[in-house]
Design a protein around this ligand. Structure first.
Ligand SMILES: Nc1nc2c(ncn2[C@@H]2O[C@H](COP(=O)(O)OP(=O)(O)OP(=O)(O)O)[C@@H](O)[C@H]2O)c(=O)[nH]1
Ligand SMILES: *[C@@H]1O[C@H](CO)[C@@H](O)[C@H](O)[C@H]1NC(C)=O
Ligand SMILES: *[C@@H]1O[C@H](CO)[C@@H](O)[C@H](O)[C@H]1NC(C)=O
Ligand SMILES: *[C@@H]1O[C@H](CO)[C@@H](O)[C@H](O)[C@H]1NC(C)=O
Ligand SMILES: [Mg+2]
Length: 322
């Protein structure tokens, strides 16, 4: 009897301790400040329009202004890499979506002038129409997850994709992603998402040429993700993920993780809510200038991964309004 009591109190202590540790490492993202709910764009005479305008509100069900595709680009110090990516994206958007698209740049507290650089490109290089490129500036760096979470909730399109500023993914593959979720479309909510996958490339130059340590960390992360329960998705980390409006409404208001592991949290929420996920092979190439700091970020990623998973199990993170 005493033994049972001892085991029970031991277990209670352990769970309490675990709860405490997970709570300690859990994230609670801050609300956006007023200026982060506005954007800057170019004006009709192609001058940069410094007057900030209000972003569309969060829980919008229907697309606005006939926009089909919104592209969210999280940027942190991207003056070196953004131009090439934007050239590819703008070219494809103009050709395949005429004027029914927008690009939302979320400048995550860059200190190299990424925001004005993007507007200058929009103005003098690509000659974009007002509103086609919107720049949202976060007052302080939140991390890629924070920037993406904020950006995708204030887009206008029927579909929204987030894509990396380095142009590592071939932008025109977005059409394949959209095509793949159309079969899930039926009357009513029908949330759906499609994610780019590099899983077919693990044996090719693009991956093999990465440093040994980089690949070692990649495989360790894959193993950890697998152990922590995302089994049927081969590439969770690809920065090329597309959502329809109801998927955005069901996933992003509930996000917590602001750093690299946010990709996994998106998938955890989607799986918990039975949102269909299409994993689509895309073309992808390694681009220099990575913002991932291997030593620091891989430890943080491992912690975030375990914490995110346990926080849902322990009920510290919730993905429903109660
Ligand atoms: N918002 C935000 N975005 C970031 C931050 N760090 C990186 N990014 C963005 O995240 C995207 C991917 O960053 P990369 O540095 O290309 O990451 P990577 O090492 O290439 O990682 P993989 O593409 O997954 O191999 C880019 O658009 C970056 O600008 C950050 O602190 N905040
Ligand atoms: C979309 O772009 C591709 C090239 O990536 C092209 O082959 C295709 O015809 C375009 N489709 C439309 C509808 O413009
Ligand atoms: C971002 O750019 C600024 C200014 O060039 C620099 O001081 C800072 O260290 C950069 N941050 C990162 C993480 O590259
Ligand atoms: C996506 O969400 C919208 C809600 O705005 C819905 O009308 C549409 O049918 C959904 N489904 C797909 C697969 O696109
Ligand atoms: Mg990259």
């Amino acid at each position: 009897m005493n033994l049972v009591a001892a085991i029970c109190s031991g277990l209670v202590l352990l769970v309490t301790l675990l709860y405490g540790v997970v709570l300690f490492f859990s994230h609670s993202p801050r609300e956006p400040v007023q200026s982060e709910l506005t954007y800057i764009t170019t004006s009709s005479d192609y001058e940069v329009d410094p007057e900030p305008k209000d972003l569309p509100p969060k829980s919008q069900v229907e697309p606005l202004d006939n926009i089909i595709l919104s592209v969210v680009i999280p940027c942190y110090n991207e003056t070196e890499r953004l131009e090439k990516m934007m050239a590819e994206a703008v070219g494809h958007l103009r050709e395949n979506y005429s004027d029914q698209w927008e690009i939302v740049i979320v400048d995550d507290g860059s200190r190299d002038g990424t925001a004005s650089f993007a507007l200058e490109l929009a103005h003098s290089k690509f000659e974009l129409q007002p509103g086609e490129l919107r720049v949202v500036q976060l007052v302080a760096n939140r991390g890629k997850g924070g920037a993406v979470t904020h950006g995708v909730q204030h887009t206008r399109g029927q579909y929204t994709i987030f894509a990396d500023a380095d142009g590592a993914s071939k932008f025109s593959d977005v059409d394949k992603l959209i095509e793949s979720i159309k079969k899930h479309e039926h009357s009513g909510e029908s949330p759906a998402m499609a994610i780019g996958s590099r899983a077919h490339m693990v044996d090719t130059d693009a991956v093999v040429k990465r440093s040994f340590i980089r690949n070692f960390l990649m495989y360790s992360l894959h193993t950890l993700v697998f152990v922590f329960g995302i089994r049927h998705i081969k590439d969770t980390q690809c920065g090329f993920k597309l959502f329809n409006r109801s998927a955005i409404r069901q996933i992003f208001p509930y996000m917590h993780t602001e750093r690299w592991i946010f990709d996994v949290e998106i998938l955890i929420i989607a799986i918990r809510k039975n949102i269909p996920i299409e994993e689509i092979h895309i073309s992808w190439h390694e681009v220099d200038g990575s913002k991932v700091d291997l030593a620091r970020d891989s430890i943080n990623m491992a912690i975030d991964l375990v914490v995110t998973r346990l926080a849902y199990i322990l009920g510290i993170y919730k993905d429903k309004d109660i």
